[in-house]
Design a protein around this ligand. Structure first.
Ligand code: NAP
Length: 522
């Protein structure tokens, strides 16, 4: 069986001992092992800062952009192989694996183009020079310069390709070296992708290191110039953020965590209309795509009380047509969950919802024989639709994220009540209002904006540009307040700011002007 390797200090290395086993979640067969035990993470941190940092900072934004475009091409050239690995190790259907792999190359390409558009500068000025005092001789100018440490990226199991790329694209374009740590269970795809990135020759020495497994004492070794960007469960994020050295050194931390994203059907939308169909299609996509293991997936479906029955009928009909099974079997539209632990968590979560009073309209926590999977094997869950008729009483719907192919319908009586119910989740990544009515859009979309990193306003007139709320775009912010972790990623240049230090230069105007002459105005 293959023993996966990490890429540290310019070498492909393995740790000691047996390590952990990675499985095919459709068959439960072991695929590979990985160990990071005994690897020197302190040396990796220092190597990244010493080698990768200066090399990246010496490049202009345009050169970094060209580098990102070359990396995007490197991934694209291995697309078929990477998709196959995603199907095997993460249990993704072919289309789900494409979503991850193409998301990775697409995000690198988008940041590559952004880099080219930023030109020959190596850092930013932020705002105009500010005249201080009576004469124009004393002035101030804010600048944003790359931090001098390493960016450590800890990613969740659900996007082993995109997770590396979306974080690294921002760090590299800003001028910081990266140490990327995928979740161990699905690290095989990240390893293959890192091999392609390294082999491309586009990366300067030290710009990328990758840990195929647990990261040992790396986080405990981070210092004041380092950045930690984490995606995963809120509890893990809180633990990492609370580490002594992270607090003592004020290590800059970004957390992307759980989210109980909402889809809201406006009271103006009639059954069967094109906007209604769009709403139903988006909910169905988010329950089934990646078997519901998307941080942006719709977990709560808010529907005007009078339309609940009709929405439930349509969703049951559409979700009932999903075929659960091995991604390699003909006609399968929903793959397994990624791990045995996820299966246990999702089943337990669904049971908790039911115990709290939610009604199962489709699916549930029972065992499922996946199409094309060996008898009794695989981490499968049926697409599940729940109804929480009392949206206020069934608190767990607003508190617990079931990270699987499941969503809950909740009735609302007025726009104000809907906004209040959506807000009960305590902060989320993305929610969507489906409406053709300007008043609904203004009241609900702006009403929930303070609780989200992204709010979508959708109707049938958008045409093919609409990819659904679940697709995270490099141009728009990804993150959210409160439960969602309080982080901000992507959003064009906004995503680079995590890796840049804002500094106010103050003093003799002509000297400051000279120092920032080559900078790009933000
Ligand atoms: P997780 O258990 O928190 O793991 C996330 C990452 O943290 C993994 O790489 C894991 O590594 C690592 N980790 C765990 N303990 C660590 C420690 N002591 N030191 C350093 N790293 C540590 O979460 P998950 O189960 O992979 O992901 C599911 C959750 O992620 C869901 O709740 C979902 O909502 C959230 N998520 C959020 C977003 C977003 O953008 N907001 C995106 C995707 C997923 P190992 O695998 O080696 O343990």
């Amino acid at each position: 069986m293959e023993a996966l390797k990490s890429y540290l200090a310019g070498q492909w290395v393995s740790g000691e001992g047996k390590g952990q086993t990675l499985y095919d979640p459709s068959t439960e067969e072991p695929l590979a092992t990985t160990s990071t035990e005994g690897l020197n993470f302190g040396a990796a941190r220092d190597y990244g800062a010493a080698k990768g940092g200066p090399a990246l900072r010496a490049m202009t934004f345009a050169q970094r952009g060209e580098m990102l475009l070359a990396l995007s091409r490197a991934i694209h050239s291995k697309r078929d192989e990477l998709i196959e690995v995603g199907m095997k190790n993460a249990g993704n259907t072919r289309s789900d694996a494409k979503f991850d792999v193409d998301g990775a190359s697409g995000t690198l390409a988008a940041y590559g183009e952004l880099g080219k558009s930023l030109g020959d500068a190596t850092f930013f000025t932020d705002g105009e020079p500010i005249s201080l005092g009576r004469s124009s001789r004393v002035s101030g100018q804010h600048v944003l310069v790359p931090r001098r440490g390493v960016a450590v990226h800890v990613n969740a199991f659900n996007f082993p390709a995109w997770g590396l790329a979306e974080k690294a694209a921002c760090a590299w374009l800003a001028g910081m070296p990266v140490i990327s740590k995928p979740a161990t269970a699905t690290a095989m795809l990240t390893v293959r992708m890192s091999e392609a990135l390294v082999a491309s020759g586009a990366l300067p020495e030290g710009a990328l290191q990758m840990i195929a497994g647990p990261s040992g004492d790396l986080i405990d070794r981070l210092g004041p110039q380092d950045v930690l960007a984490f995606t995963g469960a809120g509890s893990t994020g809180a633990m990492l953020r609370g580490k002594k050295n992270v607090i003592d050194n004020a290590v800059r931390v970004n957390v992307e965590a759980d989210s109980l994203n909402a889809a809201i059907l406006g009271a103006d939308v009639e059954r069967g209309s094109d906007t209604w169909q769009l709403f139903i299609a988006d909910v169905v996509r988010d329950v089934t795509q990646k078997a519901g293991q998307k941080c942006t997936a719709i977990r709560r479906v808010f529907v005007p009380a009078a339309m609940v029955e009709a929405v439930c009928e349509d969703l049951v009909e559409r979700l009932g047509g999903a075929v659960v099974g091995s991604p390699f079997a003909e006609g399968v539209t929903v793959g397994p969950l990624a791990t045995a632990a996820q299966l246990k968590d999702v089943r337990a979560g669904l049971d908790r919802f039911v115990q709290a009073g939610a009604k199962v309209l489709l699916g549930g926590s029972g065992a499922v024989q996946g199409k094309g999977a060996p008898e009794g094997k695989g981490y499968f869950v049926a697409p599940t639709l729940l109804l929480a008729s009392n949206a206020h009483e069934i608190k767990i719907v607003h508190e617990h994220e079931v990270f699987g192919p499941s969503t809950t319908v909740l009735p609302y009586a007025s726009n104000d009540e809907c906004v209040a119910l959506v807000a009960r989740a305590g902060g989320g990544l993305v929610s969507t209002v489906y409406t053709d009515d300007r008043a609904v859009s203004a009241e609900v979309a702006l009403g929930i904006a303070a609780y989200h990193g992204r709010v979508c306003v959708a109707n049938s007139r958008m045409g093919s540009g609409w990819l659904g709320p679940g697709t995270v775009l490099p141009q728009l912010l990804h993150g959210g307040p409160g439960r969602a972790g309080g982080g901000e990623e992507l959003g064009g240049v906004r995503g680079m700011q995590l890796y840049l230090q804002r500094c106010a230069l103050q003093g003799f105007g002509p000297l400051i002007e000279g120092a920032v002459a080559g900078a790009k105005r933000l």
